[in-house]
Structures are given as C-alpha cells and as structure tokens.
Ligand binder design. Structure first.
Ligand SMILES: C[S@@+](CC[C@H](N)C(=O)[O-])C[C@H]1O[C@@H](n2cnc3c(N)ncnc32)[C@H](O)[C@@H]1O
Length: 229
C-alpha cells in the first residue's frame, strides 16, 4: 500500500485531548523495557547526569517513564505542539512536584535538523516513540539526531510500520483499538497509512549514513530502530 502522509503536528484541541487520555500503557511499558534491554546489552544504562532527549514527546507519557526509570538523568521532551506540551507540563506538576529533571521545549524537528542554533542540545541517549511516521520528510529526524548525538551516544525509536493494505490496517484497528473514541480510531488508521516499512527505513538510514543502526519488526504493527554513533 502506498504511503499517505498525515498532519505532522498534533494540535487540534479535541485530538490532543483524546490522544492524551488514551491508555497506551502497554506499548509505553514495552518501549521502556526494550530500550532498557538495548542499553543494558551495550553496558550503557543511564547514570547521574545522562542526557536523554525524547523527540516528538507529545503529552509526555514516555518522557515521564524515562525520568521515573532513571531519576538521576536529565530528561528533555521536545515537541512542536504547544497543546501537547501544555498537557505534559501539567502532568509533571501533578505527578511529581519536586521533579525538576524533566524539561520540555517546543521545537519543530525541521528546525533541529536545519538550524545550527540548537547545536548545544547534545544528548547521550535520543529516543522517540510513534514519531517518525508523522514527518512528511523523514530525513528531518535523521538530520536532527545527527546534530543531537555525540560520539558514543545511543538512539532508540519505536514506531508503527505500514501494513500491506487498507484491509490489513482496519483489521489491526479492530484487533487493538476496537472500542476507542472515533477520533483515536481515525488517527490510528491515518498513522498506519503514514508509517514506513522496514525496507523504507533501511533505505533512509543508508542515505543518511546510519548503516550501523539496526531495524527490526516487533509484534504485528511496530518497528524498532536502534544503534549508536
Ligand atoms: C503520535 S504522537 C507521539 C507522542 C509520544 N511520543 C507518545 O509516544 O505518546 C506524535 C507527536 O509528534 C509531534 N510532531 C509531529 N511532527 C512534528 C514536528 N515536525 N516537530 C516536532 N514534533 C512533531 C506531534 O505534535 C505529536 O505530539
């Protein structure tokens, strides 16, 4: 099935509300577990002061889990949607009043990719979840992480992967989001149509000189990309 890009930023108020209220805890926890296993396999578990950047952090589900798992690290969530970040910040205030280790910045990834002003924003670990498929030009992610990562840094991304047909996309929706609000179902189907295949991601990595990053299929609808520079 041909890729159909969706809107990049998620900033429609109702869309943001429905997304932030949805329960993604299973896939969020799986994200953290696989990240943890990957970092342990390379002996690089975050320690005090480790800089972790969560790109396209949305309402901060993963950002918060990262800070909880590695409380001494410095976690930064970046998203281009103010509406998403407002929710992320209010959750941070509600959950953990004293937690100053998470910072949120509203930055569009295309600026990170193309603008040298952000050159000081280096990170030891860059992660993203469900983000690449939003980008009309996926090279923005690869150019941005080229700027963020320093030698020895790690990258871990989890995303949907594109099914072979609309029929398969609808079957995945009926299996995994059978009773969700209609807006969430709309966005899930749009995301499946906008996502990349493993083959396409491998091509992107070759083009951007990240040949050492690995890509793998996970379960019936995800892919993971991970590696170090
Ligand atoms: C599907 S959400 C994922 C949010 C979060 N990572 C999670 O796992 O719940 C995708 C996020 O990417 C953000 N986004 C999309 N395009 C972007 C861009 N060009 N620059 C920055 N953020 C972007 C959206 O605003 C949205 O918050």
């Amino acid at each position: 099935m041909k890729r159909v890009p969706e809107n990049e930023l998620m900033n429609e108020p109702q869309q943001v509300k429905v997304y932030s209220e949805a329960d993604f805890s299973c896939s969020d926890n799986a994200f953290l577990q696989n990240l943890d296993e990957f970092l342990q396999s390379v002996n690089k578990s975050p320690v005090e002061g480790t800089r972790i950047v969560d790109l396209g952090c949305g309402p901060g589900n993963i950002t918060h889990l990262l800070s909880k798992r590695w409380p001494l690290s410095l976690v930064r969530g970046i998203d281009g949607s103010e509406a998403m970040l407002d929710i992320a910040k209010s959750r941070q205030n509600n959950i953990c009043l004293n937690n100053k280790s998470i910072k949120y910045d509203c930055i569009d990834i295309s600026l990170l990719a193309n603008n040298t002003n952000y050159i000081g924003l280096n990170a030891d670990v860059v992660v993203s979840n469900s983000f690449l498929h939003h980008l009309h030009d996926p090279s923005c992610l690869w150019k941005a992480i080229r700027k963020l990562l320093v030698p020895g840094s790690f990258f871990f991304h989890r995303d949907l992967r594109r099914p072979s047909s609309t029929k398969e996309a609808i079957e995945l929706q009926q299996k995994h989001l059978p009773n969700a609000p209609s807006l969430l179902i709309r966005d899930f189907l749009a995301s499946l149509h906008a996502s990349f295949t493993v083959y396409e991601v491998k091509e992107q990595l070759l083009l951007e000189n990240f040949q050492n990053f690995k890509v793998r299929e996970v379960e019936d609808r995800y892919l993971e990309i991970y590696g170090s520079v």
